[in-house]
Design a protein around this ligand. Structure first.
Ligand SMILES: [Zn+2]
Ligand SMILES: [Zn+2]
Length: 563
């Protein structure tokens, strides 16, 4: 049982209880428990096995501790099973539609008997929803848009969720004596923010043995198809994985082919044709004769290019860069020195000031900014001027006791719907770091969104804009931002733009990070937005996004020393 799986049980229970109209405090307790468990550095299963006292974890009382043990031992909870029997899974999918809260979903289920997204779409298209109490034409329209958005996203999972499982499987296969090379190709290797399915490529003298080993893996639910050198399995986490055992002389060609992207490969093949070569998953051929394909370097050399890092293979600028010998030396996790966006128990974090500082220090960071929420975010217990100033005093006291890391008294300040800042200038002026963000009113028209962002960018005390669009991948589209205007203004005003490293945000996205850094010269920040000590570990995913944007160390401000 992974921490993520335990957390998912609590999240699902909270969703189902909301449908039941349960006490909101109970629902929140389960959501907090989910976040606590997901953010733990240690395995909760190990903690339970060792008989650790789980009530020492933040927000975990006796009842929740018992429930965690029950999930670890049985994989579920009796209460969860009861509710699952009552509500079909399609009803939970409806909760993922923006603007459809549990109350509305419960009405759709009870009054119209809607159980799936398909039924929901049909009802909306037939105009049967607008007539319900508490619904209207507008809701009906946004349901249709929401379904559209969900269906493109639903089959994919966050890279961060897929990675531990995919790596564990790869390592297990690679440990076989009969296996030489084993690598996961596809969008996984390009470090795309979500993963649809996994392609495992292997060279081996014994494909039967490799396929048997994969079939027995603990993460594999069942074998869907098996051939001589190819096997398709479904993983317990829901993704499917294709295993291909390829000949050593084809390995590089297969790796390039299955890594993609499709658009990138089209250009590779075309450059091959221009040179009288045929390039496919088996190799590089001149007529019938194999002239390369054992390694990826051979494939690229055949088209007169240096090897291109997988993260860049999107047919954007990589061919131009490669031709001119200007391929970037991509940023790496170890280049990161600071993290300028995180939360504590002062607002909606689960760790104290001291725990966050120690956690950051243990991860080798040289400096951080603690940036709790401003007052508009009432859900997160956001801080007004008085509480914020007291919080800064607390931070100041704690940082004075801890050496080896610099800590800034910061704030994550909301940009309000009316294009003013959530805190007055005299307060922002006292902050040592201000990251300004949109949390509310994300659906406002482009002009208003852009005006709000400009207010923040032109404010002399704002250092950076955090999670620019506010999107949550697969759950909520981001605000409609006029990027050109925003980036020009950010460059003019010396305001940095953040790549929020949280796996559900990764906002800026890769393309806009590339534009900001290369076309506008805007310094980029990669921040975790950690709400727990474990949350600091998502930095890697922000770095992946930056690499996809072609960013080098020099483009990223928090690779530099704090002045
Ligand atoms: Zn935020
Ligand atoms: Zn935040």
């Amino acid at each position: 049982m992974t921490n993520a799986e335990v957390a998912a049980c609590f999240e699902e229970l909270a969703d189902l209880l909301e449908l039941e109209g349960a006490n909101p405090f109970r629902v929140r307790a389960y959501r907090n428990a989910a976040r606590t468990v997901a953010g733990l550095a240690e395995s909760v299963e190990t903690l339970v096995d060792e008989g650790a006292d789980l009530t020492e974890l933040p927000g975990i009382g006796k009842d929740l501790a018992e429930k965690i043990a029950c999930i670890v031992h049985t994989g579920t909870l009796p209460q969860l099973e009861e509710l699952r029997a009552k509500y079909p899974t399609g009803v939970l999918d409806m909760l993922k539609i923006p603007g459809l809260g549990p109350k509305k979903v419960a009405v759709l289920f009870r009054e119209l008997g809607i159980q799936t997204l398909e039924e929901l779409r049909a009802a909306a298209e037939a105009g049967r929803i607008a007539g319900l109490r508490g619904f209207g034409k507008k809701t009906e329209q946004s349901i249709l848009e929401g379904i559209e958005h969900l269906q493109t996203a639903i089959a994919r999972v966050y890279l961060a969720e897929a990675m531990p499982v995919a790596e564990a499987i790869r390592e297990d296969i690679a440990s076989l004596d009969c296996v030489d090379k084993a690598e996961i190709a596809g969008s996984f290797r390009r470090r795309k923010e979500t993963v649809g399915d996994l392609d495992l490529l292997v060279t081996s003298t014994d494909s039967e043995r490799v396929m048997d080993r994969l079939a027995e893996n603990e993460f594999v639910e069942k074998v869907l198809q098996r051939g001589e050198t190819k096997q398709r399995v479904r993983l317990r986490m829901g993704l499917e994985m294709d295993l291909r055992v390829v000949a050593p002389e084809s390995y590089g060609a297969a790796l390039a082919y299955f890594t993609g992207s499709k658009e990138h490969n089209i250009v590779v093949r075309r450059r091959g044709q221009e040179r009288g070569l045929k390039i496919n998953e088996y190799g590089v051929f001149r007529g019938e004769k194999r002239v390369g394909g054992k390694t990826e370097e051979e494939v690229y050399a055949a088209i007169d290019l240096p090897w291109i890092p997988p993260e860049l293979r999107e047919a954007r600028r990589e061919f131009e860069w490669a031709e001119q010998g200007r391929l970037p030396k991509l940023i790496e996790l170890r280049d990161i020195r600071g993290d300028l966006h995180m939360h504590t128990t002062a607002t909606d974090g689960t760790a104290t000031i001291e725990e966050m500082i120690q956690g950051a220090k243990a991860r080798g960071l040289r400096y951080i900014a603690i940036t709790d929420h401003s007052k508009r975010v009432t859900m997160a217990n956001g801080l007004d001027a008085t509480r914020l100033r007291k919080h800064w005093k607390d931070i100041d006291r704690v940082r004075g006791r801890i050496s080896g890391i610099d800590v800034l008294c910061g704030v994550e300040c909301d940009i309000l719907e009316d294009a003013t800042m959530d805190l007055p200038d005299d307060v922002l002026a006292e902050a040592e770091f201000v990251v300004a963000v949109l949390h509310y009113g994300l659906k406002l028209p482009r002009e208003q969104i852009t005006r709000r962002l400009l207010t923040a960018i032109e404010n002399p005390y704002v250092d950076a804009i955090g999670h620019l669009t506010g999107r949550l991948i697969g759950r909520r589209p981001g605000a409609d931002v006029d990027y050109d205007t925003i980036m020009k203004a950010a460059a003019d005003n010396g305001v940095m733009l953040e790549i929020n490293a949280h796996p559900s945000r990764l906002d800026l996205d890769d393309l806009h990070a590339m534009q900001a850094a290369y076309d506008y010269g805007i310094p980029i920040l990669i921040n975790t937005d950690a709400h727990s000590v474990g949350g600091l570990d998502v930095m890697q995913f922000g770095v992946f996004q930056a690499r996809r944007g072609g960013l080098e160390k020099r483009h990223v401000a928090n690779t530099k020393p704090l002045k």
